[in-house]
Design a protein. Structure first.
Lengths: 343, 1185
């Protein structure tokens, strides 16, 4: 090819419209970076770090859980006539008096507040049909009283809207408990503040009153006092906050006195709620709490297990690295034939 | 060898000097018939006939969409993907009660994803549109009302007359009417069409050339009849009817849109084709669409996920059916609280099968999170960003040509990291394609003392020290005029021989022949001289670099070509120190074509002698020599062979005196052939020229060197260390090819060569019989035998470490590519570390590429620079175009364009490796995160009697793919690098990770999926067991559905983002920002969402602020779960790096231990040993494959 006539001028203009990419550490992919790699020291220190952090947390949680005193009393079997499921169902559906007396012994000193829960088992509050069957609009304000579209089949009865509508409200738990000390003195159960404050204040209206509730052909669970607005019906609010799993506890109230070890508590309960149809258990639970909540060793054990496992791994790796240190540049590790895959 | 061995040499046709002028009103075969129906009424806009034709306007749109069809068309493009269709169907079904979530929460991510893709398309299209607008609104002078007035390009109509000024672009395809030169010629630059920078000469008819000023067009009327719009840049059929004269048009009179007027004040033209009818627009095609292997495999994984989705929905629906069935127990209802007596079909215990089926549909929607909805759009975005990095790489920018690397398609970035075989063109790809005249043989005497790189390599091979290193051409690199010259470099000339330089040739024994020889070089060409006005320097615009080098050589030796007119060529000839101007009347020119492989001119010299001057490839020239006395034939042949061995391109120079009668007779015939307008015109011209190009008298031969590009041997060596096999497909002779092979390290010392050729005595004996079938049969047998021998050689040395090279010539290749021999040929070829195919045609190149691609099922990359490589580039998995001197065809057909071969090293070893790694990691991670999330839903279902209730709030889920996990994975895809660019280049073996697809093989993919499954189990079961039913706060509140959802979802977000943090190798602030930002954003979202009104936030209402955040239990669970989900992967990696490290682990370790910094230059001995060892092993593994 020929040389350009005015090479200098051309070169000059070339420099001006040079397409040379601009230098920046970003475009040249040279940003400063930390490049973590798994050296033996890193691996062992990571494992040890996990151990050091996890074991104390695990122990602390176990201690917290141990400090919690819990009394669990299953009463569904004892408070119904023995016999087949069918007999029990028939009993629970009858109008007979279902008062039942239970005696609980306090194993250890229980500091107030003592939380009273009922625990249901095999009860699918998380069933899609069940979860959906409610109307948050209706619960919130009176003006949405007829907003019952999502509540089927408990949307209206006798051609009138049910307030609160839906299966959840309809199937509300209705066993009641009264607690007495040995000397027949009643232990007051404080039922205020057992629901979430945000629910009370914002999800259940102060102007919404139960209406046409449990008036249908099928009676589900509890009846509601028509003169109390929903925002004050805390049992309902607690119940409406559906449980995640088929075994769940719900707060019934608080006993605000200390109980001493060896104290005997008599419980007089109304065994109204039908769990017999679906073979669900019912339990009454009295429990104190720690900073971590109620009694459950799982999290402590899990922390200890992970911490322990990491300790073992740290040891294993230390031994591996000490006994068989990896020779730098050992070609036997670098064969493509041997390495079919990996991360 | 041919000068200018490319197809595009046909371009010379536009430059046939008009020594003759078809002025007859002949019948133009097809004009008016089908395909040739266009009629243009020039300057006659009011003509009703012209009005009827309604040709397209000059408005050009290159956009993919228009404002109207953008939405439907881009939506259609979107929904061609299975995954998107699935999501669309789900979105529609979500309005029915079947849906587990609210419809809006399903629609939202789909809209985001579709919207992002559409936005991307839209932005790209908008850019094209802006370019269009710019082009459409350029100004042009159009003849209107007796004067030329300015108008916009888009308003141009067919038949308009336009005036184009210097350095303006032609707005449409024009018919050249006249120019500011009286003879009606003009120069155009076709850079935008074919990338060639040289000027082309166009010539108007004499009859129109006289239209010299604006006023003369007042009465101008003409009709052009011509071919319909087509994409052939190199031909034009048409006729012009003007003043009752019928003139046949050729490409010489046509000025193509987007080429530029040069060196002229102005031209006048008539618009023939406008807008999309122009040749350049007809040529505009999209780059071929190719898909990478990873993407193909990704589709398979998507199908796996779909089947997983279907199977878990199926399992779920069975359990649901059974459980629903149990609700009706001997006439009484079990779970009375669900009121099974008053239920819909969805939960009807009386019809459990139907309920199960409907639930199956619900399940398909619920577990849809297994399908990563944002995968495709994320990958697309990542690839675009990766391409930007490739385009922006300074180390792939070539200063001399001012060209950075260009990723023309972003589809294939990761494929660059998996190349197994490179198929390369030679000229212009491995070499510079800037020819230098280095040697010549005149009258049997060899002149020229330089030594080529190939000769040096040859000498090294023979262990002979080159005698005078000082004179090697590589040393003087690019040129000195010669001894005694002021050392000024002359491009294209690297010849030195004191015997003939500086006028000394006159003292040589055959000085008359030397004189004739250089005269031929100075006259027989198509170059145009160009005098620089400021310096008075003479330069040449030539069609091929070879030709330029001849003219320059002639000039340097005293035969300076300085002027060319229509009918003459003028030289300054130095004779015994005196400059004499000699003019030669140019009578005819018979152009070069790749079929003819020669070109001739017929001139009349000052002594009124008629001479035919001819130059051409030896294969065609020797047979055309006169039968009687050719005294130097043998020596010349000998020299040509030597030159070929030295890697030079040779041409034979000959001449022939003609007598008047013979010429007159022949000219008539030639003219007739030349002016015929028919399909077989070329054949007629060939036949005519055949008659005069005979009985030539040999003068000598030239040898030009095509220098290796800078860094080619090093690059090839690196690539071969990376385990990439290299095939060179060249048009050269076998000897040349082999020598070039040595020069560029393709062949190395100690390699055994398997040569397959048909140049054996038996074959030539059969060829003499001229029995085609016998030849074919014998050839086939011979090749079969040679292949068998090659095979046995390979088998014999299987255990030892001898490397093999296969060399095959074009003729053998024809047979070797036949069905029955193909497989054995391929088998031999893939066992050889390098393969050279000589004398191969463009078609063969493409066929070989296809064979390798289909035979090995591995990734092939073709690299080339010329139009003859286009087939190969399109056939290969990846086509890389060299944007060199050869024009743009190869680049237009390529997927990546680089300026120099050596950039391939960086493109593959650095960008290819990184992109492969990034995309592979990214896809694996995508599956991980979606399986990890999707299965938590399934485990929850198992605890909700498979009723189809999702564990989380609808909107948490919608945002999962879109906000909480998308950016880190994109950052991974764009920025991650296992080792730095420097180390990638230093340890080329690292590239094998891609070739062997180690980062994206099934065990690894399934491993990641398993990891996802494991994570989901850890998340769900730890969350479930730790929250089971006790209070989770000091105030006695228990975990309910809302809170469990938040706890689990928090764990998922932490787990997948930390998993990302754990698995990336390269932590810049961007990664930190995205990973920790995503986690942080989840909390921000949760707080903001929780503060919306309860109707909107539903189960998320103040759940974080009121319930979760104050609870230490919540944070402790998160911490426990995150540590536990990371543990399996961390453990795996720890064991792997200890016992089974991958190559990049090894390099990373070396880097961190500081071995790298200590020795920046040479590899330490130990590492070198390792590398040797490795390549050894690799070779064995190849054999076994």
């Amino acid at each position: 090819m020929s040389s350009t006539p005015s090479a200098a001028a051309a070169a000059d203009s070339l420099r001006r419209n040079s397409k040379r990419p601009k230098y920046s550490r970003f475009t040249q992919q040279e940003l400063p970076a930390c490049k973590p790699i798994l050296t033996p020291r890193w691996v062992i220190s990571a494992f040890l770090l996990v151990t050091i952090v996890f074991v104390p947390i695990g122990l602390a949680s176990l201690f917290a859980s141990r400090d919690v005193v819990e009394i669990v009393d299953r009463y569904d079997a004892d408070c119904a006539p023995s016999g087949s499921t069918r007999d029990k169902v028939r009993y629970i559906q009858s109008i007979a008096d279902k008062t039942c007396n239970r005696t609980l012994t306090v194993p250890k000193h229980m500091k107030q507040p003592i939380y009273v829960y009922y625990q249901l088992d095999n009860f699918y509050q998380n069933h899609r049909r069940y979860v959906k069957s409610r109307s948050d609009q209706q619960l919130r304000s009176q003006s949405h009283e007829n907003d019952t579209g999502s509540c089927k089949p408990e949307d209206n009865a006798n051609e009138m809207s049910i307030v609160p509508c839906g299966l959840v409200a309809w199937s509300m738990f209705n066993d009641t408990y009264s607690f007495f000390t040995n000397n027949s003195q009643q232990l007051p159960v404080n039922k205020s503040g057992i629901s979430w404050k945000s629910d009370r204040d914002h999800k259940f209206g102060k102007d919404v009153f139960p209406k046409n509730f449990q008036n249908g052909t099928l009676i589900g669970g509890a009846h509601l006092n028509k003169s109390i607005p929903l925002s004050l019906q805390e049992d309902l609010i607690v119940w409406m906050r559906t449980a995640a799993l088929p075994t769940f506890r719900k707060l019934y109230g608080r006993i605000e006195v200390d109980l001493q070890a060896g104290d005997v508590i008599n419980v007089i309960m109304q065994n109204n709620y039908n769990t017999y149809s679906f073979n669900g258990k019912k339990k009454l639970v009295l429990s104190t709490t720690s900073w971590l909540g109620g009694k459950n060793n799982f999290i402590g054990i899990a922390y200890l297990a992970v911490g322990g496992l990491c300790f073992l791994l740290a040891m294993t790796f230390t031994i591996i690295y000490m006994v068989k240190p990896r020779r730098l540049g050992d070609p036997s590790y670098l064969s493509w034939n041997r390495n079919p895959g990996g991360h | 060898m041919a000068f200018g061995r490319h197809e595009r040499v046909q371009f010379s046709k536009i430059y046939s000097l008009s020594c003759f002028r078809p002025s007859t009103s002949e019948e133009h075969g097809q004009i008016g018939q089908k395909g040739y129906s266009r009629v243009v009424y020039c300057n006659d806009a009011d003509n009703p006939e012209a009005f009827q034709l309604r040709y397209r306007s000059n408005y050009v749109s290159t956009t993919k969409y228009t404002a109207v069809n953008f939405i439907p068309k881009s939506l259609f493009e979107q929904f061609r993907r299975v995954a998107n269709i699935y999501f669309l169907v789900v979105a529609f079904v979500s309005f029915s009660p079947l849906a587990p979530f609210r419809a809006s929460s399903i629609l939202f991510p789909l809209l985001v994803v579709i919207g992002a893709t559409m936005a991307k398309e839209g932005v790209e299209d908008w850019r094209r549109r802006k370019q269009d607008i710019k082009a459409n609104n350029r100004k042009i002078h159009v003849y209107k009302d007796r004067s030329f007035s300015e108008s916009k390009w888009k308003d141009l109509r067919v038949g308009d007359l336009v005036k184009v000024y210097k350095d303006e672009y032609f707005p449409a395809d024009l018919l050249l009417l006249s120019s500011s030169y009286p003879d009606g010629i003009c120069y155009v630059e076709t850079m935008n069409l074919d990338g060639e920078t040289n000027l082309k000469l166009k010539h108007a008819f004499d009859v129109t050339a006289s239209l010299q000023d604006d006023n003369s067009f007042h009465k101008f009327k003409a009709v052009v009849k011509c071919e319909d719009p087509n994409e052939d840049l190199y031909s034009f059929v048409g006729s012009l009817c003007y003043n009752d004269q019928q003139l046949s048009l050729s490409l010489q009179q046509i000025l193509l849109r987007d080429s530029k007027l040069r060196n002229m004040e102005y031209i006048y033209g008539a618009v023939i084709f406008t807008g999309h009818d122009t040749k350049v627009m007809q040529n505009a095609t999209d780059p071929p669409s190719k898909r990478s292997k990873i993407e193909k495999r990704m589709d398979k994984i998507i199908y796996i996920l779909f089947s997983t989705l279907i199977s878990i929905s199926f399992i779920g629906s069975i359990f649901f059916g059974l459980r629903t069935n149990r609700d009706l127990n001997h006439g009484s209802y079990g779970r009375w609280y669900l009121e099974p007596s008053r239920t819909t079909a969805l939960y009807d215990p009386k019809r459990p099968v139907l309920a199960a089926f409907l639930h199956f549909l619900t399940g398909l929607m619920l577990y849809g999170y297994l399908i990563p909805i944002s995968l495709y759009v994320s990958i697309e975005m990542v690839k675009v960003l990766q391409s930007i990095f490739i385009n922006q790489d300074q180390d792939m920018y070539h200063d001399e040509t001012n060209r950075p690397a260009r990723a023309r398609t972003s589809n294939l970035n990761e494929e660059l990291g998996q190349v197994d075989t490179i198929l390369s063109d030679k000229t212009g790809t491995l070499t510079c394609n800037s020819m230098e005249f280095v040697k010549c043989s005149i009258a049997g005497v060899a002149y020229g003392r330089g030594m080529t790189e190939v000769e040096l390599a040859l000498a090294r091979r023979k262990n002979v020290e080159p005698l005078d290193v000082g004179t090697t051409s590589s040393n003087i690199s690019g040129s000195h005029g010669g001894i005694g010259n002021s050392g000024k470099a002359i491009k294209g000339f690297n010849f030195r021989d004191e015997r003939i330089m500086d006028g000394e040739w006159a003292n040589e024994p055959h000085s008359d022949i030397i004189q004739k020889f250089f005269r031929v070089l100075a006259i027989c060409h198509t170059a145009i001289p160009d005098v620089n006005k400021h310096t008075g320097e003479l330069s040449y615009e030539a069609e091929s670099p070879d030709e330029a080098s001849f003219v320059i050589a002639a000039r340097e030796l005293g035969f300076e070509f300085f002027e060319r007119t229509q009918t003459s060529i003028s030289l300054h000839e130095c004779e015994s120190g005196v400059k004499i101007d000699r003019s030669y009347e140019l009578l005819n020119m018979i152009e070069f074509s790749s079929a003819r492989k020669r070109m001739s001119v017929i001139v009349r010299n000052a002594d009124n002698q008629l001479l035919l001057l001819c130059k051409g490839a030896d294969s065609v020239m020797f047979e055309r020599l006169s039968k009687d006395s050719q005294p130097y034939e043998d020596q010349t042949k000998n020299h040509i062979n030597k030159y070929a061995e030295a890697g030079l391109r040779t041409l034979v120079i000959a001449y022939r005196p003609l007598d008047e009668d013979e010429y007159m007779a022949w000219e008539k015939e030639f003219l007739k052939a030349k002016t015929s307008v028919s399909v077989d015109r070329d054949d007629l011209v060939d036949a005519a020229s055949e008659k005069i190009e005979k009985d030539l008298i040999l003068l000598g031969a030239t040898a030009v060197e095509d220098k290796l590009q800078k860094g080619v041997p090093e690059c090839i060596e690196k690539l071969s260390h990376a385990g990439i096999k290299m095939w060179v497909l060249t048009g050269d002779k076998m000897e040349t090819a082999i020598n070039i092979g040595y020069a560029c390290s393709l062949l190395v010392q100690g390699m055994k060569q398997i040569v397959i050729t048909l140049d054996s005595p038996d074959i030539s004996a059969i060829e003499k019989l001229n029995d085609r079938e016998a030849i074919a049969k014998a050839s086939r047998e011979s090749i079969e035998k040679q292949l068998r021998e090659g095979r046995s050689q390979l088998d014999l040395t299987k255990s030892s470490s001898v490397l093999f090279a296969l060399i095959i010539d074009g003729r053998s290749l024809t047979y070797a590519l036949e069905k029955n021999l193909e497989s054995s040929f391929l088998e031999v070829a893939i066992d050889c570390s390098s393969v050279i195919c000589c004398r191969s045609s463009p078609k063969q190149k493409a066929l070989v590429t296809k064979m390798v691609k289909e035979g090995t099922r591995k990734t092939t990359l073709a690299i080339g620079d010329g139009a003859n490589d286009v087939g190969m580039l399109q056939e290969a998995d990846i086509g890389v175009g060299i944007s060199g001197a050869e024009g743009m065809q190869a680049v237009m057909a390529s997927d990546f364009a680089i300026a120099q071969f050596r950039f391939l090293e960086r493109l593959l070893l650095v960008h290819g490796h990184w992109c492969y790694r990034r995309i592979a990691m990214m896809i694996c991670y995508f599956f991980y995160k979606n399986i990890g999330f999707g299965f938590t839903l399934f485990w929850f279902e198992a605890h909700a009697s498979f009723s189809g209730q999702p564990a989380y709030n609808d909107w948490y889920m919608s945002f999962y793919n879109v906000f909480f996990t998308s950016l880190p994975v994109i950052a991974l895809g764009v920025f991650d690098q296992d080792v730095s660019a420097r180390l990638c280049l230093k340890y080329p073996l690292l590239y094998q990770e891609g070739v062997q697809n180690i980062l994206f093989n099934w065990p690894r993919i399934l491993g990641w999926m398993f990891n996802g499954l494991l994570s989901s189990m850890i998340i769900f079961f730890i969350c479930k067991n730790s929250t089971i039913h006790q209070a989770f706060r000091e105030d006695g509140h228990v975990v309910d559905y809302e809170i469990l959802g938040v706890i689990m979802y928090t764990c998922v977000i932490w787990a997948v983002n930390c998993q990302m943090a754990l698995s990336i190798n390269y932590f810049t602030w961007i990664q930190h920002f995205f990973i920790w930002g995503s986690i942080f954003f989840w909390y921000v979202f949760l707080v903001l969402y929780g503060y919306l009104k309860p109707e909107w936030s539903t189960t998320a209402y103040r759940v974080f602020v009121d319930a979760c955040a104050p609870s230490p239990f919540y944070w402790m669970t998160t911490f426990l779960v995150v540590a536990s989900t990371l543990l399996p992967y961390f453990l795996y990696r720890a064991f792997q790096t200890r016992f089974h490290p991958m190559y990049h682990d090894e390099i990373q370790r070396r880097r961190s231990e500081g071995c790298e910094l200590a020795e920046p230059g040479e590899l330490p001995g130990r590492v070198k040993d390792k590398m040797d060892h490795l390549s050894e092993r690799m070779k064995h593994s190849y054999r076994e494959m």
